[in-house]
Design a protein around this ligand. Structure first.
Ligand code: FES
Length: 133
């Protein structure tokens, strides 16, 4: 089902942005600041966003690729992200509403060659669930 991407766990060589248009949020990813937090692969969407806005993306397993609550859609910049691992694919297979652009935020790492535009499925947006948006 999934297409191949660049090699696993790319290290960004330049700054880029992770953008969530629906929430009017942008996060600048600086390779020198990776890892940003303590959740997910270093430099992953969850690592970056979670360090700034802990509650936006659900992450029930803490980012260890054992649930599917960090499900996101990569709408743009997919070609700059790492290849799916078998573990990530297993998580995606358990997620609700999967699409071709589905990724797990704790696994999805950009290489910095493109900005990454994401969408969070409405049922996975913590801020919405908690009435914070
Ligand atoms: S937080 Fe559990 S799979 Fe990503």
């Amino acid at each position: 089902m999934k297409k191949c991407r660049v090699a696993a766990e790319p290290k960004p060589k330049q700054k880029y942005k992770i953008i969530i248009p629906a929430l009017n949020k942008e996060y600048i990813v600086d390779p020198n600041d990776i890892p940003y937090g303590k959740h997910g692969l270093p430099g992953s969407v969850l690592d970056v966003i979670g360090a700034h806005d802990e509650e936006i993306i659900d992450h029930a397993c803490g980012g260890v690729q054992a649930c599917s609550t960090c499900h996101i859609y990569v709408k743009e910049g997919d070609e700059s992200t790492n290849e799916l691992s078998d573990i990530e694919q297993d998580c995606i297979d358990k997620a609700r509403g999967i699409k071709l652009e589905s990724r797990m935020a704790c696994c999805c790492v950009g290489d910095g060659s493109k900005d990454i535009v994401i969408e969070i499925p409405s049922w996975n947006v913590n801020a919405v669930k908690e009435g914070k948006d």
